[in-house]
Design a protein around this ligand. Structure first.
Ligand SMILES: Cc1cc2nc3c(=O)[nH]c(=O)nc-3n(C[C@H](O)[C@H](O)[C@H](O)COP(=O)(O)OP(=O)(O)OC[C@H]3O[C@@H](n4cnc5c(N)ncnc54)[C@H](O)[C@@H]3O)c2cc1C
Length: 470
């Protein structure tokens, strides 16, 4: 039911002119999911400027049973920030860095801060905030927390869950929970911040967070390697992890097909190695210590891996531009795949020890039913996260290819389950994977989730329809 004029007027009075619109033309860009799969509708777009304004809006919506969808940068891939009526609360105006405590190595930020701005602010104090992902120029820290975002450095620093010490959250009924404690030890009952991290806006609205900062790496080495198979790459990964332990910060893999797509579609990229190889690895090691001999150790290990034919070729980046160019090959894969036509995508994880078998068997299953399917399985292999994407066969109509969406999803998700993995590694559930939640998360697990949802949001106003069916 559309919101009444009286409710719209109260909302307007809470956030004022800049923070309120019902103009559907102005709202339209906020209603589409980043890949265009989901389109929504809302009566009003609200942009609060303070935690108190968020609280006042939620108190009203809770009293009036109005659905609320929180939104950050709207870069999520699962339709989580797409509303279906009610009020859309975009957090972009809540964007202040409240404090930076250098000795505690923490930073207190508001939910609407753009991830990249947080990284820059940390750098000014000789720290890094290590969450790194291709959408960092537009995603917000509140969205990163709500999706438990990962990225390319999870291997060393963990995902968002590992990077948050405290939270400020507005609960569904409008009460403000001030959990902004920058403590590394705090054993006081249930771990409430972790309830909200990864909850995709279904339990409350994150308005601020205390983030962990880390010393800036003083030395960093980026390596691009060619290999014959995922098994060889993962063998190389084990050697890198043994030799460099926590200094290993990224281990990405991609097949030749992914590289071919980037070279074909994204201007300015070139093949870093002189010959083509079936698989590639992009490896990063770094340390905040000085005089470590990191480069010498890396060269020595690469010599060993090349002599044992675990890697077929290897290149160490010699300049920052070369580092950037190598990372561009990895970061442009999704874009290049889009330009190549239809693709059916998956965001799964399996234990690192099972990546190679998972890739082999899943590829085999897919080509069994679609012999010319072009498999583009790449990703953060060091933490077991593979974007198992399939591009349309050459010559096949995109629309026809996409009719196989559910069939291919089922194969990939079944295989992930078979290899003790997850159907959603880093992008979350949103609207996209609620069916899979019912299929792969059973009995007590779903019951506990429903009980938590009911306890924190008894009227069911927070992001209805997302994550779990009630
Ligand atoms: C090019 C590209 C690359 C990407 N790479 C990665 C990657 O490597 N790793 C990764 O994890 N993700 C990746 N993503 C997905 C996306 O960037 C992340 O999920 C990101 O964390 C979403 O942040 P956002 O601010 O855009 O959130 P939104 O998309 O706006 O929202 C996502 C969810 O969080 C909820 N939400 C948003 N803000 C709040 C808040 N303040 N309080 C409560 N709930 C809130 C929304 O309701 C929604 O359910 C990528 C996306 C793109 C477009």
């Amino acid at each position: 039911m559309p919101l009444s004029a009286a409710i719209l007027e109260t909302l307007y009075n809470i956030v004022g002119d800049i923070g309120f619109t019902t103009d559907q033309q102005a709202i339209a860009p906020y209603l589409v999911e980043s890949r265009g799969r989901f389109h929504g509708y809302c009566d009003a777009l609200i942009k609060p400027k303070s935690t108190q304004e968020v609280a006042d809006v939620l108190a009203l919506c809770n009293d009036e049973n109005i659905p609320v969808v929180p939104q950050g940068g709207n870069t999520g891939h699962c339709g989580g920030a797409v509303p279906d009526g009610g009020v859309l609360i975009n957090l972009s105006r809540l964007n202040q860095v409240r404090a930076l405590d250098p000795l505690n190595a923490t930073m207190t930020v508001e939910a609407g801060c753009i991830l990249q701005n947080i990284q820059t602010a940390a750098q000014k104090h000789n720290y890094i905030f290590p969450l790194t992902l291709a959408a960092q120029g537009s995603c917000q820290i509140g969205g990163n927390i709500a999706t438990n975002a990962g990225g390319v450095q999870v291997l060393k620093y963990g995902n968002m869950r590992d990077l948050v010490l405290g939270l400020e959250v507005v609960l569904a009924d409008g009460r403000i929970w001030d959990g902004l404690r920058g403590l590394r030890k705090d054993n006081t009952g249930y771990d409430l911040p972790h309830l909200f991290i990864g909850s995709e806006g279904t339990l409350g609205i994150v308005t601020a967070a205390i983030l962990k900062l880390f010393p800036q790496p003083k030395e960093s080495i980026t390596v691009f390697v060619g290999a014959q198979s995922p098994a060889d790459l993962m063998d190389g990964f084990a050697h890198f992890r043994d030799d460099f332990a926590d200094d290993l910060s990224a281990f990405e893999i991609m097949p030749r097909f992914a590289l071919d797509l980037v070279l074909k579609h994204v201007w300015g990229n070139r093949d870093p190695l002189s010959r083509p190889y079936p698989w590639y690895g992009l490896i990063e090691i770094g340390t905040a210590r000085t005089h470590t001999g990191l480069r010498e150790s890396c060269e020595k290990l690469l010599e060993l891996l090349l002599s044992r034919e675990i890697f077929s070729d290897a290149l160490i980046a010699e300049s920052l531009i070369q580092v950037k160019n190598l990372w561009a090959l990895r970061e442009n894969i999704s874009d290049a795949q889009k330009q190549e036509g239809g693709s059916i995508k998956h965001d799964v994880s399996v234990p690192v020890s099972k990546i190679s078998a998972f890739l082999d068997e899943t590829s085999h299953m897919i080509t069994n039913i679609m012999p010319n399917a072009r498999i583009c399985a790449f990703g953060h292999a060091g933490d077991g996260n593979i974007h198992f994407n399939v591009s349309q066969p050459t010559g096949m109509e995109k629309e026809f290819f996409l009719t196989h969406w559910n069939e291919l999803n089922e194969i990939v998700h079944e295989m992930a389950a078979k290899y003790e993995g997850s159907f959603s590694a880093e992008h979350g559930i949103g609207l996209l994977k609620t069916e899979e939640m019912e299929l792969y998360r059973h009995g007590p697990e779903l019951d506990m989730m429903r009980a938590i949802k009911k306890a924190l949001d008894p009227n069911g106003i927070m992001n209805p329809g997302k994550i779990i069916k009630i």
